[in-house]
Design a protein around this ligand. Sequence first.
Ligand SMILES: Nc1ncnc2c1ncn2[C@@H]1O[C@H](COP(=O)(O)OP(=O)(O)OP(=O)(O)O)[C@@H](O)[C@H]1O
Length: 269
Amino acid sequence: MTGPAPQRSEKDVVIRLRGIRNQFGSHVVHDGLDLDVYRGEILGVVGGSGTGKSVLLRSIAGLIRPAAGEIEVLGTDVRSASEEERTALERRWGVMFQDGALFSSLNVRENVEVPMRGVAGLDPALRRAMADLKISLSGLPWLAGDKFPSELSGGMRKRAGLARALALDPEIVFLDEPTAGLDPIGAADFDTLIRQLSDTMGLTVFLVTHDLDTLHAICDRIAVLAEKKVLVTGTMDEMLEVDHPWVHDYFHGPRARAALTAKDMKDAR
Ligand SMILES: Nc1ncnc2c1ncn2[C@@H]1O[C@H](COP(=O)(O)OP(=O)(O)OP(=O)(O)O)[C@@H](O)[C@H]1O
Protein backbone atom coordinates (compact mmCIF):
# COMPACT_ATOMS: atom_id res chain seq x y z
CA MET A 1 0.00 0.00 0.00
CA THR A 2 1.32 3.41 -0.81
CA GLY A 3 1.03 6.28 1.62
CA PRO A 4 -0.52 9.65 0.88
CA ALA A 5 1.21 11.77 -1.76
CA PRO A 6 3.79 14.06 -0.13
CA GLN A 7 2.69 17.63 0.41
CA ARG A 8 4.79 20.28 -1.29
CA SER A 9 6.30 21.34 2.04
CA GLU A 10 7.54 17.75 2.57
CA LYS A 11 9.31 17.64 -0.77
CA ASP A 12 13.05 17.81 -0.93
CA VAL A 13 14.05 21.44 -1.44
CA VAL A 14 17.39 21.55 -3.27
CA ILE A 15 17.59 25.32 -3.73
CA ARG A 16 16.24 27.66 -1.07
CA LEU A 17 16.46 31.42 -1.56
CA ARG A 18 15.37 33.88 1.10
CA GLY A 19 15.41 37.66 1.02
CA ILE A 20 17.79 37.94 -1.93
CA ARG A 21 18.88 41.45 -2.83
CA ASN A 22 20.98 42.13 -5.92
CA GLN A 23 21.94 45.60 -7.03
CA PHE A 24 24.42 47.22 -9.36
CA GLY A 25 25.20 50.69 -8.06
CA SER A 26 21.84 52.26 -7.34
CA HIS A 27 20.02 49.86 -9.70
CA VAL A 28 18.19 47.33 -7.53
CA VAL A 29 17.44 44.16 -9.52
CA HIS A 30 16.12 41.90 -6.75
CA ASP A 31 14.76 42.91 -3.38
CA GLY A 32 13.40 40.39 -0.90
CA LEU A 33 13.34 37.54 -3.44
CA ASP A 34 12.30 34.10 -2.09
CA LEU A 35 12.19 30.82 -4.02
CA ASP A 36 12.23 27.06 -3.37
CA VAL A 37 13.25 24.59 -6.07
CA TYR A 38 12.33 20.94 -5.53
CA ARG A 39 14.44 17.89 -6.31
CA GLY A 40 13.80 16.42 -9.73
CA GLU A 41 11.62 19.20 -11.06
CA ILE A 42 12.08 21.32 -14.15
CA LEU A 43 11.46 24.89 -13.04
CA GLY A 44 10.99 27.45 -15.80
CA VAL A 45 12.02 30.97 -14.76
CA VAL A 46 10.34 33.71 -16.79
CA GLY A 47 10.02 37.47 -16.59
CA GLY A 48 10.30 40.59 -18.70
CA SER A 49 13.64 41.63 -20.13
CA GLY A 50 15.91 42.95 -17.40
CA THR A 51 13.94 41.48 -14.49
CA GLY A 52 17.09 39.66 -13.44
CA LYS A 53 16.62 36.05 -14.54
CA SER A 54 20.26 35.62 -15.53
CA VAL A 55 21.44 37.54 -12.47
CA LEU A 56 19.41 35.15 -10.32
CA LEU A 57 20.89 32.09 -12.03
CA ARG A 58 24.39 33.51 -11.60
CA SER A 59 23.73 34.29 -7.94
CA ILE A 60 22.69 30.73 -7.17
CA ALA A 61 25.62 29.32 -9.13
CA GLY A 62 27.99 31.50 -7.10
CA LEU A 63 29.05 33.77 -9.97
CA ILE A 64 27.48 36.88 -8.40
CA ARG A 65 27.41 37.63 -4.69
CA PRO A 66 24.08 39.15 -3.66
CA ALA A 67 24.11 42.21 -1.40
CA ALA A 68 21.82 40.39 1.03
CA GLY A 69 19.85 37.20 1.54
CA GLU A 70 20.34 33.48 2.05
CA ILE A 71 21.16 30.96 -0.66
CA GLU A 72 21.10 27.31 0.32
CA VAL A 73 21.91 24.72 -2.33
CA LEU A 74 21.79 20.99 -1.55
CA GLY A 75 21.85 21.83 2.15
CA THR A 76 24.91 24.11 1.98
CA ASP A 77 24.74 27.81 2.77
CA VAL A 78 26.50 29.10 -0.34
CA ARG A 79 27.38 32.49 1.10
CA SER A 80 29.13 31.24 4.21
CA ALA A 81 30.63 28.06 2.73
CA SER A 82 34.38 27.49 2.99
CA GLU A 83 36.47 27.18 -0.16
CA GLU A 84 36.42 23.36 0.14
CA GLU A 85 32.65 23.26 0.67
CA ARG A 86 32.12 25.47 -2.35
CA THR A 87 34.33 23.32 -4.56
CA ALA A 88 32.49 20.20 -3.41
CA LEU A 89 29.16 21.88 -4.07
CA GLU A 90 30.14 23.14 -7.52
CA ARG A 91 30.78 19.55 -8.56
CA ARG A 92 27.13 18.79 -7.84
CA TRP A 93 25.76 21.30 -10.34
CA GLY A 94 26.41 22.20 -13.97
CA VAL A 95 25.75 25.42 -15.83
CA MET A 96 24.93 25.88 -19.49
CA PHE A 97 25.16 29.44 -20.71
CA GLN A 98 23.18 30.84 -23.60
CA ASP A 99 25.81 30.47 -26.34
CA GLY A 100 27.35 27.36 -24.82
CA ALA A 101 30.30 29.47 -23.57
CA LEU A 102 32.77 26.98 -25.03
CA PHE A 103 36.51 27.56 -25.21
CA SER A 104 37.17 28.20 -28.89
CA SER A 105 40.72 26.80 -28.79
CA LEU A 106 39.56 23.42 -27.40
CA ASN A 107 37.62 20.77 -29.27
CA VAL A 108 34.28 19.62 -27.91
CA ARG A 109 35.72 16.66 -25.98
CA GLU A 110 38.36 18.87 -24.37
CA ASN A 111 35.67 21.41 -23.47
CA VAL A 112 33.63 18.70 -21.77
CA GLU A 113 36.73 17.50 -19.94
CA VAL A 114 37.41 20.96 -18.43
CA PRO A 115 35.24 20.47 -15.29
CA MET A 116 36.76 17.00 -14.80
CA ARG A 117 40.30 18.32 -14.61
CA GLY A 118 39.92 19.30 -10.98
CA VAL A 119 38.83 15.80 -9.95
CA ALA A 120 41.66 13.78 -8.46
CA GLY A 121 42.14 10.20 -9.62
CA LEU A 122 40.64 10.59 -13.09
CA ASP A 123 43.25 9.46 -15.58
CA PRO A 124 43.14 10.94 -19.09
CA ALA A 125 41.68 7.80 -20.72
CA LEU A 126 38.81 7.65 -18.22
CA ARG A 127 38.21 11.39 -18.59
CA ARG A 128 38.04 11.00 -22.34
CA ALA A 129 35.62 8.09 -22.10
CA MET A 130 33.40 10.02 -19.68
CA ALA A 131 33.44 13.05 -21.98
CA ASP A 132 32.45 10.91 -24.97
CA LEU A 133 29.56 9.49 -22.95
CA LYS A 134 28.29 12.99 -22.08
CA ILE A 135 28.68 14.08 -25.70
CA SER A 136 26.53 11.20 -26.85
CA LEU A 137 24.01 11.71 -24.00
CA SER A 138 23.58 15.27 -25.24
CA GLY A 139 22.52 14.00 -28.63
CA LEU A 140 25.69 14.83 -30.55
CA PRO A 141 27.24 12.35 -32.99
CA TRP A 142 30.30 10.89 -31.32
CA LEU A 143 32.59 12.31 -34.00
CA ALA A 144 31.55 15.76 -32.74
CA GLY A 145 34.06 15.35 -29.91
CA ASP A 146 36.89 16.10 -32.34
CA LYS A 147 35.30 19.25 -33.72
CA PHE A 148 36.03 22.79 -32.62
CA PRO A 149 33.16 25.11 -31.60
CA SER A 150 33.58 27.15 -34.80
CA GLU A 151 32.82 24.01 -36.83
CA LEU A 152 29.47 23.43 -35.10
CA SER A 153 25.99 24.81 -35.75
CA GLY A 154 24.36 26.90 -33.02
CA GLY A 155 22.23 23.93 -31.95
CA MET A 156 25.26 21.66 -31.74
CA ARG A 157 27.15 24.24 -29.69
CA LYS A 158 24.26 24.28 -27.23
CA ARG A 159 24.37 20.50 -27.01
CA ALA A 160 28.13 20.68 -26.43
CA GLY A 161 27.48 23.24 -23.66
CA LEU A 162 24.97 20.84 -22.16
CA ALA A 163 27.47 17.97 -22.36
CA ARG A 164 29.93 20.09 -20.40
CA ALA A 165 27.26 20.98 -17.83
CA LEU A 166 26.65 17.24 -17.38
CA ALA A 167 30.37 16.42 -17.14
CA LEU A 168 30.38 15.60 -13.43
CA ASP A 169 26.96 13.88 -13.23
CA PRO A 170 25.38 16.88 -11.49
CA GLU A 171 22.21 16.82 -9.41
CA ILE A 172 21.20 20.28 -10.64
CA VAL A 173 21.67 21.93 -14.02
CA PHE A 174 21.22 25.62 -14.67
CA LEU A 175 20.22 26.41 -18.24
CA ASP A 176 20.17 29.99 -19.49
CA GLU A 177 17.78 30.28 -22.45
CA PRO A 178 18.72 26.90 -23.95
CA THR A 179 16.38 27.16 -26.95
CA ALA A 180 17.09 30.81 -27.85
CA GLY A 181 18.19 31.05 -31.46
CA LEU A 182 17.15 27.51 -32.38
CA ASP A 183 14.64 26.79 -35.12
CA PRO A 184 11.32 25.36 -33.82
CA ILE A 185 12.25 21.75 -34.57
CA GLY A 186 15.68 22.10 -33.02
CA ALA A 187 14.11 23.77 -29.97
CA ALA A 188 11.53 21.00 -29.59
CA ASP A 189 14.29 18.36 -29.86
CA PHE A 190 16.27 20.17 -27.18
CA ASP A 191 13.20 20.32 -24.92
CA THR A 192 12.70 16.57 -25.32
CA LEU A 193 16.34 15.96 -24.45
CA ILE A 194 16.08 18.01 -21.26
CA ARG A 195 12.90 16.19 -20.20
CA GLN A 196 14.51 12.79 -20.87
CA LEU A 197 17.64 13.70 -18.93
CA SER A 198 15.58 14.96 -16.02
CA ASP A 199 13.41 11.82 -16.00
CA THR A 200 16.21 9.31 -16.38
CA MET A 201 18.88 10.96 -14.22
CA GLY A 202 16.59 12.59 -11.66
CA LEU A 203 18.12 15.94 -12.58
CA THR A 204 16.73 19.14 -11.12
CA VAL A 205 16.60 21.76 -13.87
CA PHE A 206 16.63 25.52 -13.26
CA LEU A 207 15.74 26.85 -16.67
CA VAL A 208 15.66 30.52 -17.63
CA THR A 209 13.57 30.91 -20.75
CA HIS A 210 11.38 33.14 -22.88
CA ASP A 211 10.15 30.13 -24.82
CA LEU A 212 6.46 29.46 -24.20
CA ASP A 213 6.68 26.15 -26.08
CA THR A 214 9.32 25.00 -23.60
CA LEU A 215 7.16 26.05 -20.66
CA HIS A 216 4.24 24.06 -22.02
CA ALA A 217 6.26 21.07 -23.11
CA ILE A 218 8.57 20.29 -20.21
CA CYS A 219 8.28 22.57 -17.17
CA ASP A 220 6.74 21.12 -14.01
CA ARG A 221 6.48 24.57 -12.46
CA ILE A 222 7.03 28.14 -13.51
CA ALA A 223 8.43 31.03 -11.45
CA VAL A 224 7.65 34.54 -12.63
CA LEU A 225 10.10 37.34 -11.86
CA ALA A 226 8.51 40.77 -11.58
CA GLU A 227 8.63 43.69 -9.19
CA LYS A 228 12.16 42.69 -8.09
CA LYS A 229 11.07 39.33 -6.71
CA VAL A 230 9.50 35.99 -7.56
CA LEU A 231 5.96 37.22 -7.95
CA VAL A 232 4.32 33.83 -8.30
CA THR A 233 5.17 30.15 -8.77
CA GLY A 234 2.95 27.35 -10.00
CA THR A 235 1.99 25.05 -12.83
CA MET A 236 1.04 26.32 -16.27
CA ASP A 237 -2.64 25.88 -15.37
CA GLU A 238 -2.10 28.00 -12.26
CA MET A 239 -0.31 30.68 -14.31
CA LEU A 240 -3.37 31.01 -16.53
CA GLU A 241 -5.39 32.06 -13.47
CA VAL A 242 -2.98 34.73 -12.19
CA ASP A 243 -4.48 38.19 -12.14
CA HIS A 244 -1.42 40.37 -12.72
CA PRO A 245 -1.05 42.48 -15.87
CA TRP A 246 2.34 41.16 -17.02
CA VAL A 247 1.56 37.54 -16.11
CA HIS A 248 -1.83 37.73 -17.80
CA ASP A 249 -0.45 39.27 -20.99
CA TYR A 250 2.42 36.80 -21.13
CA PHE A 251 0.34 33.66 -20.64
CA HIS A 252 -2.72 34.81 -22.63
CA GLY A 253 -1.06 36.77 -25.46
CA PRO A 254 -1.00 35.64 -29.10
CA ARG A 255 2.30 33.76 -28.69
CA ALA A 256 0.92 31.94 -25.66
CA ARG A 257 -2.17 30.92 -27.61
CA ALA A 258 0.01 29.64 -30.46
CA ALA A 259 2.13 27.61 -28.02
CA LEU A 260 -0.99 26.14 -26.41
CA THR A 261 -2.43 25.19 -29.80
CA ALA A 262 0.87 23.54 -30.76
CA LYS A 263 0.85 21.54 -27.51
CA ASP A 264 -2.79 20.48 -27.98
CA MET A 265 -2.00 19.28 -31.50
CA LYS A 266 1.04 17.36 -30.26
CA ASP A 267 -0.96 15.75 -27.41
CA ALA A 268 -3.72 14.76 -29.85
CA ARG A 269 -1.27 12.86 -32.10
N1 LIG B 1 27.48 42.93 -14.23
C1 LIG B 1 26.50 43.82 -14.28
N2 LIG B 1 26.71 45.12 -14.02
C2 LIG B 1 25.70 46.04 -14.03
N3 LIG B 1 24.44 45.72 -14.31
C3 LIG B 1 24.14 44.45 -14.57
C4 LIG B 1 25.14 43.43 -14.57
N4 LIG B 1 24.55 42.24 -14.85
C5 LIG B 1 23.25 42.51 -15.03
N5 LIG B 1 23.00 43.83 -14.86
C6 LIG B 1 21.69 44.47 -14.96
O1 LIG B 1 20.78 43.72 -14.18
C7 LIG B 1 19.50 43.69 -14.80
C8 LIG B 1 19.04 42.25 -14.96
O2 LIG B 1 19.86 41.61 -15.91
P1 LIG B 1 19.59 40.13 -16.40
O3 LIG B 1 20.59 39.86 -17.48
O4 LIG B 1 19.58 39.21 -15.25
O5 LIG B 1 18.13 40.25 -17.00
P2 LIG B 1 17.25 39.13 -17.67
O6 LIG B 1 15.97 39.06 -16.94
O7 LIG B 1 18.04 37.86 -17.77
O8 LIG B 1 17.03 39.79 -19.09
P3 LIG B 1 16.83 39.19 -20.56
O9 LIG B 1 15.51 38.47 -20.54
O10 LIG B 1 16.80 40.39 -21.43
O11 LIG B 1 18.00 38.27 -20.85
C9 LIG B 1 19.64 44.42 -16.12
O12 LIG B 1 19.16 45.74 -15.95
C10 LIG B 1 21.14 44.42 -16.37
O13 LIG B 1 21.52 45.55 -17.11
